[in-house]
Design a protein around this ligand. Structure first.
Ligand SMILES: NC(=O)c1ccc[n+]([C@@H]2O[C@H](COP(=O)([O-])OP(=O)(O)OC[C@H]3O[C@@H](n4cnc5c(N)ncnc54)[C@H](OP(=O)(O)O)[C@@H]3O)[C@@H](O)[C@H]2O)c1
Length: 306
């Protein structure tokens, strides 16, 4: 995989992908590349106008693309349930991509902190509700997969079990890191549970390094927003390059369950996809089980393994 690019992606005809947050950034690039290789893409967005514009843009470039829009707000667990109920199956690959970064503190309809709710809980619930709808049996070289998108910032994360909503002490960066740390704990625990159940479905993790997208302007405020405006120009790679890790995780036959894929360049900030390692604390099965139980309680979703 040393210099894997989208040109190495196998044909995806006959396979269905659900990509969350597909109207923008890495999600859009993921949908675009999969559609170009013949895959059917269910693109989710929380805003009808933005979602329609993304599908139109994709179809302008690839008129034969099999792409459709479904509305989904991951911060609202009622919406997640309704979406999961209505989405057509079977699904081959679920890409848990949507995310929000470093907004001022706010709580969702169900009372959860926005970043934890969107980035982790919404995807936890969605995965649990769709797991049985992932395709099986599958060909050995094209297993069904769940790909969860984390970040190098997970390294600064921990789970604030005693202040999950940041009521006592909210810091936008720390709570973003918490949500991305939770992505890793979840993806690895899902891999362990899938293997233990004998399922052929695989759980993988990916991160893009640093890619210039709307992420850096939609969440942060004040000084952080200004700083990121500059660093987006000076340091970031394109969304197209940033999406390579999750595209590899979603489609490469040689990728394996439990792997974390990130850019191979300096500091994992840019470059071609390779297997990278999450921080040790995010690989702790006991911590993952504690988060899993909490996530089941907060979402009301219990996973059923075959
Ligand atoms: N860009 C980077 O350098 C970087 C680095 C590390 C990790 N990541 C991760 O990559 C993923 C994709 O981010 P991106 O960089 O492509 O950012 P982006 O361009 O801002 O895209 C984020 C997507 O998530 C959607 N979203 C936000 N809140 C949502 C909600 N409550 N319900 C449903 N969808 C929601 C956004 O919808 P709207 O357009 O309506 O806001 C958008 O479609 C995120 O998980 C992020 O944490 C990105």
């Amino acid at each position: 995989m040393s210099h894997w690019t989208v040109e190495d992606m196998p044909d995806q005809t006959g396979r269905t992908f659900v990509v969350t947050g597909a109207n923008s950034g890495l999600g859009y690039e993921t949908a675009r590349r999969v559609a170009r290789k013949g895959g059917r893409v269910i693109m989710t967005a929380r805003d009808q106008g933005k979602g329609d514009a993304a599908v139109e843009r994709l179809k302008r470039e690839h008129p034969d693309a099999d792409a459709e829009l479904r509305l989904l707000d991951l911060a609202d667990l009622d919406w997640v349930r309704a979406f999961a109920h209505d989405v057509p199956d079977p699904i081959d690959v679920l890409v848990n991509n949507a995310g929000v970064m470093m907004p001022p503190r706010s709580l969702t309809k169900q009372g959860n902190e926005l970043q934890f709710a969107t980035n982790h809980l919404g995807h936890f619930a969605l995965t649990g509700l769709l797991l049985e709808r992932l395709r099986r049996p599958v060909a050995a070289d094209s297993p069904s997969r769940v790909v969860t998108v984390s970040s190098t910032l997970h390294r600064r994360g921990s789970i604030h079990f005693d202040d999950l909503t940041g009521e006592r002490s909210y810091n936008p960066t720390a709570y973003y890191a918490q949500s991305k740390f939770a992505n890793i704990l979840f993806g690895l625990e899902l891999d362990r549970r899938l293997r233990a159940s004998g399922s052929t479905t695989q759980s993988l993790l990916a991160h893009p390094g640093y890619a210039a997208t709307n992420l850096q302007s939609s969440g942060p405020t004040g000084f952080m927003k200004s700083l990121m405006k500059v660093s987006n120009v000076v340091m970031a790679q394109s969304a197209e390059r940033g999406a390579l890790s999750q595209l590899f995780a979603a489609t490469a036959p040689e990728a394996e369950g439990g792997q974390y894929i990130g850019p191979g360049g300096l500091g994992e900030q840019r470059g071609h996809p390779k297997v990278v390692q999450p921080v040790k604390s995010a690989q702790d099965p006991e911590l993952a089980q504690r988060l899993w139980a909490l996530s089941e309680d907060l979402t009301g979703v219990r996973f059923v393994f075959p």
